[in-house]
Design a protein around this ligand. Sequence first.
Ligand code: SAH
Length: 216
Amino acid sequence: MGQDTFRHQGLRRQLVLQLREKGINNELVIESIGKIPRHLFMDNAFLEFAYQDKAFPIACGQTISQPYTVAYQTQLLDPKKGEKVLEIGTGSGYQTAVLAETGAKVFSIERHKPLHENTRKLLDSLNYVSVKTFYGDGFKGLPAFAPFDKIIVTCGAEIIPMNLVEQLKPGGMMIIPVGPLAVQTMTIVLKKPNGETEVIEMDKFRFVPMLSDKAK
Ligand code: SAH
C-alpha cells in the first residue's frame, strides 16, 4: 500500500479549505475528507491530482467522484453514528470511507467485480473492516439487510428505483442523482413516518450511469 506523507496532508488541508469556500459546512464531512488519503483510492497515474477538486478515471471505465460531489451528497445524507447506510456504486471506495468515518454502519454494492474485489482489499488495508461490500446489482438493493436509515446512490439513475425506496425505514431518506445521461439533478427522497414519499430537487451534477445487472 502507498503512504500518506506530510505533502499529501498539506494538499488535503487545501482541499478542505476549497470545499468550505464552496459551501460545505458539515464538520463531520470536513473532518472525514481531511483525514482520508484520497490518493490511495486512485490509479498511480493520477496521484499528483488526488487533492484537486476533480473526478478521475478508475478501473472498468468508471470514475472516482469529485470531492465536492462526495462532500455535497454526504452533507445532504447527514449520516449519524450507528445509522444503517446503503451505498449504491462502491467504485473506488472513497465515498464508502467517508461514510464509514462518520460512524455509520455502511453497506455498499458494486456491479463491476474487479472494482468490488480491489476496493474490498483497499478498505481492509485502511482498516475499514466493518464496512460490508457486495458484488451485485444496486437496483435490487439488499433486501436481506433492509430496512436502511439512509441510502446514497453514486451513479446517475434515469428514475427513482422504487425497490430502494421500499428498503428505506419510515423516516428515512435517499440521496440520488436522477436524470438522463448528460446531467442529473441531485434528489432527496424522504420517506415520511406514514410511508408517503416527498421528493426535493437540488443542484445539477454529472455521474456515470446506473446500469442494471452485474457487468459482463
Ligand atoms: N462512490 C464511487 C463512485 C464511483 S462511480 C467513488 O467515488 O469512487 C459509480 C459506480 O457505480 C461505478 O463504479 C459503477 O460501476 C457503479 N454502478 C453503476 N450501476 C450500478 C448498479 N446497478 N449497482 C451497483 N453499482 C453500480
